[in-house]
Write a new protein. Structure first.
Length: 194
């Protein structure tokens, strides 16, 4: 089966959990909470690539106070969908973080290990405080040593393999509008055929 056909099959079998309207409403709520907490603090927002790219763009447009935007690229996944134990840094934030409030923006808080590593890095740079903002909070996925709960969250979600609005399957399907639960049998089928 070619990749394009396989991806189309995954999308056709996926179940829509949250529509584009649901996502926009959730981002509006996150933006209001962040504004209440941080509008007078000149924060730096750090987009955790690649998953938070879509969320970051949508979120910062809704914030009408002075802020700076940076990014970090750290991952545990690569081609291993189960996740590795070590965080691989591809890019650290470039702005000086000392004495600043930081908001880490990520697509989903699952195990929490990647966000914990980025938070620790920011704290080592002598920032004032590090906040976490996520579109999706998946409490069932927490791992020891990870972030326990986000400071700002859009939607609490169950234990699903998720795609859309930044969440990917092997680097694809991030551009789907909405959040979908993948049918795990299509993934199992692919691995058994390879």
């Amino acid at each position: 089966m070619n990749k394009s056909h396989h991806l189309q099959q995954i999308v056709s079998q996926a179940k829509l959990l949250h529509s584009e309207v649901d996502i926009e409403d959730a981002i509006d709520n996150v933006a209001r909470s962040i504004t209440t907490e941080l509008e007078h603090s000149n924060p730096i927002f750090i987009c955790v690539l690649v998953g938070a790219l879509i969320l970051s763009g949508k979120l910062v447009e809704k914030l009408s106070f002075p802020l700076q935007l940076d990014y970090a690229h750290a991952t545990r996944y690569g081609d291993d969908a189960n996740g590795a134990n070590n965080v691989n840094w591809l890019a650290k934030p470039s702005l000086p973080l000392s004495n600043r409030n930081i908001v880490l923006i990520d697509d989903v808080l699952d195990g929490g290990l990647t966000l914990a590593a980025i938070k620790e890095y920011c704290e080592q740079q002598n920032c004032k405080k590090v906040y976490t903002a996520v579109l999706l909070d998946k409490p069932s996925g927490r791992k020891p040593g990870g972030i326990d709960k986000p400071d700002f969250k859009g939607i609490t979600i169950g234990d699903h393999w998720l795609i859309g609005t930044g969440l990917d399957y092997k680097g694809y399907l991030r551009n789907l509008t909405g959040i979908y639960a993948m049918d795990k049998s299509s993934v199992i089928e692919e691995y058994s055929n390879s």
